[in-house]
Design a protein around this ligand. Structure first.
Ligand SMILES: C[S@@+](CC[C@H](N)C(=O)[O-])C[C@H]1O[C@@H](n2cnc3c(N)ncnc32)[C@H](O)[C@@H]1O
Length: 168
């Protein structure tokens, strides 16, 4: 253990990993009925959102079939709809209501993030929110300029960068 390692832990806690709590509060305040998460992984955010917003359906998409078993652990949430799909292609299959909250957190590359943004944007209702995770990771530098001045930076919520945009 050295000073850098201690500061790294401090930074992680201090600057936060509070983005999940932020997403839950945001969804609650919007009375969100339709939430889409691109990138499920082990379902941490998926399950938190489903629990926080029992009146919403949380559509979560990941091309990794392993995510399914993480979604299904007890307690299970009936309001989660998980699909194994490529995140961009999944936009063509979406049959839910206009999206209140879209969380883009799949492949952290410029191509996939902007691909998701462009593919899913028409499915978000006017006034809906599009959230981006990991904006500061290497390879993601081009995302913010591509989105433009509507991007609201919320980097204190996640050490790897965070932000959102309101659909006009
Ligand atoms: C950072 S994790 C998601 C974390 C999750 N949103 C959370 O907050 O707990 C990214 C996930 O995106 C998935 N992924 C990456 N590229 C993808 C793609 N093109 N289509 C679907 N899923 C993808 C990966 O399999 C991985 O599970």
């Amino acid at each position: 253990m050295n000073k850098e390692a201690i500061l790294e832990i401090y930074n992680f806690i201090h600057r936060g990993n509070n983005y999940v709590e932020f997403l839950c509060r945001l969804a609650q305040q919007m009375d969100a009925e339709s939430i889409v998460e691109l990138g499920t992984n082990i379902g941490t955010t998926t399950r938190q959102l489903a629990g926080a917003c029992p009146g919403a359906i949380v559509y979560s998409i990941d091309f990794n079939t392993e995510s399914q078993k993480h979604i299904q652990v007890e307690p299970t949430f009936r309001n989660i709809e998980f699909s194994v799909w490529d995140s961009v292609s999944a936009s063509h299959e979406y049959k839910g209501a206009p999206i209140d909250l879209l969380f883009i957190d799949a492949d952290h590359t410029l191509e996939n993030t902007i691909g998701n943004y462009k593919a899913w944007l028409p499915l978000v209702r006017p006034g809906g929110i599009i959230v981006f995770d990991d904006l500061n990771l290497p390879g993601m530098e081009g995302v913010a300029p591509e989105i433009g001045e509507g991007l609201i930076r919320l980097d204190q919520l996640h050490h790897s960068g965070f932000g959102c945009i309101i659909k006009q």
